[in-house]
Design a protein around this ligand. Structure first.
Ligand code: HEC
Length: 107
């Protein structure tokens, strides 16, 4: 339904994921994204996703990369697993330095 809209507009229209959902997103990123981007997100097959590495990237274009993937590269689309709001939350969290699983599971 939202296909073709810019990611920024989608993000504003989407509510932030609930704290429970945020916890499972941290797990997804650490495990599924970590298989390519490194368990510490410092890079592997995919580029590093650390705060330093992403400093000059806009959150909405990163969210679009996560949601739609990058055709012609190994970066897959995550739209079957993640909502646009999830992708935007992950992008923003990566830009701030991604939380450790333990920090969210044992507050
Ligand atoms: C199968 C391997 C693979 C998996 C799994 C994967 N990625 Fe990627 N990702 C890549 C590659 C390769 C690139 C670089 C694409 C390119 O060359 O432009 C990339 C690029 C990116 C970028 C853009 C980085 C930049 O510097 O612009 C982001 C953001 C990103 N991935 C986030 C994620 C997230 C979040 C997940 C998990 C939901 C994920 N990726 C899972 C391989 C992967």
């Amino acid at each position: 339904m939202a296909a073709g809209m810019p990611a920024g507009a989608l993000a504003q229209a989407s509510p932030e994921p609930t704290p429970e959902r945020q916890r499972s997103l941290v797990r997804v990123v650490r495990q599924d994204c970590g298989s390519c981007h490194g368990m510490r997100l410092t890079g592997g097959l995919g580029p590093p996703l650390t705060r330093e590495a992403l400093a000059d990237k806009p959150a909405d274009s990163m969210a679009a990369t996560i949601f739609h993937g990058r055709p012609g590269t190994p970066m897959p689309a995550w739209r079957s697993l993640l909502s646009e709001a999830d992708a935007m939350w992950i992008a923003q969290s990566l830009l701030q330095g991604f939380p450790e699983e333990s920090r969210l599971t044992n507050p």
